[in-house]
Every structure is written in C-alpha cells, then in structure tokens.
Write a protein that binds this ligand. Structure first.
Ligand code: GCB
Length: 595
C-alpha cells in the first residue's frame, strides 16, 4: 500500500514537472515580428475567485441570449487597467489587493496560413490561466518570469479575445512563500505580444565566448518545427565572420567561431550586431563578449581582477509607488546606479523585466540576477525543487545571451538544514548544466559572530563560486566591537560580496547619529561610515551591494510616522532625493575608481 502511494506521489511530481517544463521560451521576443497587446484591458475584480467555478465561468464571456437569461458578470470598457502595470498602483481600492482579477483584451488578426503564432507574456504575478477565444491555452506559476503559448491552431481571422485570470494570493508552497519584504504587486506587470514566426523557426540560441578563451565564440542554435537538417548562418559583420552550419535531427546546431572581439567591460560596453539566418527566418541580436571566472578570492573579468562597486535595486519606481516596467523606468534606475559610481547591480529579489537587463548590457553595468527564493521556503516539500528549477530555467532561458549578467543567484537568506542543503545543491548543479559560463552565488545571513570575529562557515558555500553575506551590523545587530576592529574569516578560499548592509532613515529627518530610533539621516550615514571602516579590512572582499538604492514599499513596515508601509533603507527617498548616506557610498566608489 505504502509503495503504491509512493509511486503515485512520484508519478504526480513527474507530471507536474513535465507540465512545468513544457515551457521553453522563444527567445528575444522584441527581435521578432511582433504585435503589441499592451494597452487598456477590461477587468473584473473577483476577490472570492467566484468566476473560476462552473457557475460563473468568466472565461466563457457569455452574453444573455433570451429574456430569461442573465450572467452575473460582464467585461466593460469603462473598467480597465493598463498592461503592462501592477494593479495596486492603478486604483486606490486595489492598493492592498491580494486575489483574482480577470483581464480581457480583443484584437484583430490577419491570419497567414504558413506562419506560426505565439502569445508571449513578459510576466504576471503570480498564478495565471490564459484563455484564447474562450478556450484554455495554458497556465503559469511565478510572478517574475516570462511565459508563452503557441496559438497557431486557436487564433482566428478577424476578432480574437484573450482572457487572463491573474491571482496573487501568497501561499506557503510558492516562491516566494507567505512572507517577503516587498509589495506583492499583482497583475500583468510586463509586456504582452503576439509573435509571428515561419513554420520552422529559430527558437533559441546561446552565443558566448568559450569559458576562459577570448578568441573562441561558442554555443548553439535551436530550431523548432522541423526534423530535417536545415542550413543556418551566423553573421557578425564587424568581426567579418560568416559562419555556416547545419542542424541535426533535433533541430540543433553547435557553433564554434574563431574571432577576436573587443571585450565587453563596464569601461567599454562594446556590443556586436549578430544576425542569425535560416532560409525562412532571420533574427538580429546585439551581443557582448567577455569572460568571467574566479581564482582563489579574486573575481576575474576578462582575466583581470575586478572589484564590484554595487547597489541593490528592487523593480519599483518609488515616485510612482509601482512596479517598474518600461524602458524609461529602467533608464532612471540604472542612471541612478551609474551616478552613484556603480559598475555592478544586484537585481533583488527576482528576475527584473527584460528592458533592465538589455539596458545594463548597453550601459556597461554588471549584473547579479536571482530567483525569489527568499526566507521561509518549504524546502522539505518535494514540489519546491521543481518549482525552483523551473524558475531558474525561465530566468536563464531569457537572459543567457546578456553579457552584463555574471552571477546567477540561487536564494536569499535560508537557514542551513538537511533539506535546504539538498535542494540548493541540486539547484546549483542544475544551473551549471544550463550555463557553464557564469558564476553561482547565493546570499546567506547565517555567519558566526564571536566578539569581534565573524566567521563564514555555512556549508552552502561549498557549491558556490562567490560567497555573499547579508549582515546588518549597526542596525539589526549592535556592533560587538569597534567597526574597524571587526575581523572577518572564512572557511572557504572564495571571493566575498557583502550583498546587504545598511539601516533606515526617513529623508529630511535629522537627529542623533547614535540612536537608531531617531530614524535620522545622520544615524543611517553613521551606519555606512562604520560599515565601510569594517569592509575595507576584509582581505577577501571583492564587491559590495548596499541595501538599497531607494526606499521601497513593504506592507510589513508598520511604523506610523517613519515607515508608513515603506522600508526606509534607501540611499534615495521615495521621491528620489538623496539622503546623507548616498554621499558616503558615492565618495567611496569615487575613491575606488581613482585607484
Ligand atoms: C534582508 C532581506 C531584504 C530586506 C532587508 C531589510 O536581509 O534580504 O529583502 O528587505 O533585509 O530591510 O530588512
């Protein structure tokens, strides 16, 4: 009996995994033939999820047909939300909303029988069901990764209707789980497109410098919709390369191109036009070439040691108190990072929208990208590893050709346990198999404090390339000794990034520099001065990302005067104004740059 139950559980897990893995994204959506479905979508707010049952069945979008017929729902052109965009910042009554909203959009379509069509969502938080012309075409779980559905058979000539059910309720078996320190923005938060491809098409590709070799470009091109060999070519005009290859029975071609590109770096973010052609399809990309590696405690960019002058950024525009989603939004966020003197950004705590990653490539800002595996995760639940690996797949599938990204991060602040170690080690192996060219990290917060000594001893570091520690000495933890007398040790000969440190201050609030409850700019400034006094002495420190660029909304921040639903650890206020601590970091980064 027990064996039978075990078998059924395994079978269920296997099928869920198959369902989750059926994704596989068409990469570089904006480089395709696309029609935007952004704009106003009609909505129905459904806090009890009543429209998902047989009784109301909102996805059927039924209209009364006789005198005795009626339906207790209706999409209406006067009740709309903008897509992309979170719902919380668009209507006051949705500020704290956690539940279901149904979205509807109609669009005209001219069908070409020789083409294939894909409905592509950049992201929607958190659980989503998608219906095209009243038929379900798929589901997706996870608030920060892209998903797509092929709709070639279901799309019609003339008017089509998309209905999407989005539900952002927090649950303990989700990633993130019940608690997290940011706003649970719901909705279709990123761009939506209809993409058109030829019958066989370039689905995906991975084009990078070979690890540790700056004159060999390697990778693969994956076609879909064909099982016979097809010719492909890759042109990089500036490098005068024109590489021809043929796909195998799985539609894959391995590429290896001898070339000597100018190497991409923050100082010279050189991108090359790359054009991939098949007989029926063509894709244009911009790719930068660089290597990234570690050697003992050093991080090597293009073979040379680098110090990462970083900052943490949430995907939020504080002045609008809403999710960032556009090119203009990310220009502001990365513009601030540049002004601060950064060459590196930690994209907390989830994959940000694709505009962000592409702009970082252009601006020369190195990136750390992570999945929202943030405290309180149910590691002992067998479903969690599948969900985490799926998020890693989706993140890496979308961003693997962006040279700005040097670090994939597995998690943030997890406590050591048998199940945590097993899950995170399996995730690390999964990432290495997907992308052997980049480094792996994870932000830990369990270090050993003994008087003036701090020891990094979390065994998770064994599977990482770069250690990362979040610590709040001077804020959540009182200084056990003078900051300049603190000594850091590590059981591992690896580079360290101080991935979080800081304290809170309300902009414009002035007071004591030695009393945390003053919430003053002076206190926060002192935390930064003390932290730098300590950080400068850590011999294996190779980067830092203070917490955080700007104040951000978080429902758990309850102080009625100083917080009002905002985490106030920003170097910038919720209006984008510079607090005193900004200048401490800014001046230190300037000093580092002049060395
Ligand atoms: C942390 C978390 C971050 C929080 C921050 C804080 O350790 O990683 O998500 O926002 O502390 O402000 O407490």
């Amino acid at each position: 009996m027990i064996r039978k139950i075990l078998f059924l559980v395994l079978l269920a897990v296997f099928f869920i995994r198959i369902q989750i893995f059926s994704q596989q994204l068409l990469s570089n959506i904006e480089g395709r033939n696309i029609t935007s479905l952004n704009g106003k979508w009609e909505i129905i707010i459904d806090p009890f999820n009543a429209g998902a049952g047989n009784w109301k069945s909102i996805w059927k979008d039924q209209q009364p047909t006789g005198k005795n017929d009626f339906y207790e729902y209706k999409f209406d052109k006067t009740i709309t939300l903008n897509v992309p965009g979170d719902w919380n910042s668009q209507k006051p009554e949705l500020l704290y909303y956690e539940g279901t909203i149904w979205y509807k959009k109609t669009f005209e379509h001219k069908k070409n029988g020789t083409k294939k069509y894909f409905l592509c969502f950049g992201g929607a938080n958190y659980n989503v069901d998608v219906y095209l012309n009243n038929e379900k075409i798929g589901s997706h779980e996870g608030g920060f990764t892209a998903f797509q559905f092929e709709v070639t058979e279901k799309i019609k000539e003339g008017e089509n209707s998309i209905i999407v059910r989005v539900n952002n309720q927090r649950r303990e078996d989700q990633i993130p789980a019940l608690n997290f320190d940011w706003w649970n923005y719901g909705g279709i938060t990123r761009d939506v497109y209809l993409a058109e491809t030829s019958s066989y098409y370039i689905k995906d590709y991975f084009i990078q410098l070979k690890k540790d070799n700056t004159s060999q470009i390697e990778g693969w091109i994956q076609l879909a919709g064909t099982s016979s060999p097809k010719k492909i070519s890759i042109k990089i005009p500036e490098l005068k390369t024109n590489y021809d290859a043929e796909t195998d029975a799985d539609g894959k071609a391995i590429i290896s191109i001898h070339a000597k590109p100018i190497l991409w770096s923050p100082e010279n973010p050189k991108l090359y036009d790359v054009i991939i052609n098949t007989e029926t399809d063509s894709i244009h990309e911009q790719i930068g070439f660089r290597t990234i590696a570690v050697n003992g405690a050093d991080i090597l960019l293009n073979g040379k040691p680098i110090f990462l002058r970083g900052i943490n950024i949430h995907e939020e525009i504080p002045q609008r108190a809403g999710r960032s989603y556009s090119e203009a939004d990310v220009q502001m966020l990365l513009g601030w990072a540049k002004e601060l003197g950064c060459n590196f950004v930690r994209l907390t705590h989830y994959p940000h929208n694709e505009h962000m990653i592409r702009l970082a490539d252009k601006m020369g800002i190195l990136l750390w990208e992570e999945i929202p595996l943030w405290q309180g995760i149910q590691f002992s639940n067998p479903i969690i590893l599948n969900k985490a690996n799926t998020l890693l797949d989706e993140m890496i599938e979308r961003d693997k050709n962006r040279c700005a990204i040097i670090l994939w991060s597995l998690s943030n602040e997890t406590s050591s346990s048998e199940s945590r170690n097993r899950v995170l080690s399996a995730m690390a192996a999964h990432v290495r198999a997907l992308d052997p060219t980049r480094l792996i990290t994870s932000a830990i917060n369990h270090v050993k404090y003994e008087k003036n000594q701090v020891t990094i001893d979390d065994s998770l570091c064994n599977v990482l390339d770069v250690m990362a520690v979040n610590q709040y000495l001077g804020w959540y933890i009182a200084w056990p000794a003078k900051p300049e007398n603190m000594e850091w040790k590590s059981l591992f000969n690896k580079p360290l990034i101080m991935s979080e440190f800081g304290g809170e201050a309300l902009y414009g609030n002035h007071g004591s520099s030695d009393t945390a409850s003053s919430w003053s700019e002076e206190f926060q400034e002192q935390v930064y001065k003390d932290q730098l006094a300590m950080l400068k002495k850590i011999s294996f420190l190779r980067g830092m990302t203070p917490w955080i660029l700007a104040d951000f909304r978080s429902p758990g921040r309850l102080h009625p005067i100083y917080q009002q639903g905002w985490n106030r650890k920003g170097l910038l206020s919720d209006k984008g104004l510079k607090k005193k601590a900004w200048f401490v970091v800014h001046d230190y980064y300037k000093e580092l740059q002049s060395k």
